[in-house]
Design a protein around this ligand. Sequence first.
Ligand code: CTP
Length: 429
Amino acid sequence: MTGATADAAPTSSTARGRKRILIGVGGGIAAYKVCSLIRHFTEAGHDVRVIPTRAALEFVGAATFEALSGNPVSTEVFERVDEVEHVRLGQHADLVIIAPATADLMARAVAGRADDLLTASLLVTTCPVLYVPAMHTEMWRHAATQANVATLRERGNVVMTPASGRLTGTDSGPGRLPEPQEIALIGELLLDRAEALPYDLAGLRVLISAGGTREALDPVRFLGNHSSGKQGFALARAAAQRGASVTVVAGSTKGAGEPPAVRIVPISTARELADEMTTRAADADVVIMAAAVADFRPVTMNESKIKKGEAGPAPIELTTNPDILRGLVQARDAGDIAGDTVIVGFAAETGDETGGVLDHGRAKLKRKGCDLLVVNAVGDGKAFGTEDNTGWLLAATGEETALPPGSKTLMASRILDAVRSLVPDGSGA
Ligand code: CTP
């Protein structure tokens, strides 16, 4: 009875195995934050090599990088010449992460320079390269930097959007290094995806609902559900990374990390969610209902705390909440939102005597009338709030695609691949 959620089906993303990760560190104060990124990947069992620039070593010493990675650290092409390091490290990497990617480092990469070990390695590598810029807002916004970022993306590299907030001095704005766990999530996505992550949603407005709704019984109690909001946030993260302008209408999200560069609109109840989604859908190209919406709410909310009393508990009378997803499809049919808006729903299903998970999913797709329905199998030990997910993607056209087990970020990227193919030509990038 509680609405569907995207948070289901624990599986293993540790299957990705031991990978060779090359972390290039640029000369910026954010270099110290990269230490936790190195630790993240070594603790996950990967072989991490760190190549700092000369400037990076002004901020963090080589000994720190060597201790954290468990590998020797070189900066110049003339070090360890017998091992041909300037070719070997880049050639053999499964993933390269440049963090912090300074304005200078990106300019040198765009120009194809090879005047230190890091830029030389970038010229020989063929694996995915993730640039994580960090610099002052003015430097980030400068036409030269923006042109370099655009060129790096055109060449198939992934350039993260910097976070906004306090910078080195007293100033604040876009230019902060995203938190190491955010960088790690995108890095892991690149390791898991067999192909590059395209920058193909630029110019598109994506509206996502995430988390669970709460229906108040009195000022201290509510009816809620176990949704963690992780799948909704993973969709927001992946969509923003692909260039979309993303708004998340978020209910309770149990500490799931909010992705950077995404607008978050907090709500509590299903009716608040319905209001926000219906209003904002008019300005969206893509609407994704990943929230776990309570189908029912108490008829009345007690103004004061309900007392135990002598007579024992009073029954709670419930009434039905609006079906937001169905309402969005009807609004599109009625012309209240654009006819080419892509609408995506989620369904957390268990099999029962009337049919299996997929049968219920197919019936729900018809009932809701959305373009895509992501079906998760839940129950049977498959918990909410897990890091991984699996399922099927059912399209209104009848096409059915299995979503192999993997991280919620990987699943999000696969859902967005399907969404992109449905967005009319000419919209967005
Ligand atoms: N949903 C919604 N409004 C609701 C309930 C659900 O918009 N009141 C959305 C969910 O966000 C999800 C989809 O509808 O995208 C399917 O939710 P689910 O709970 O599986 O479907 P229900 O319509 O509630 O059907 P049932 O619980 O009977 O399976």
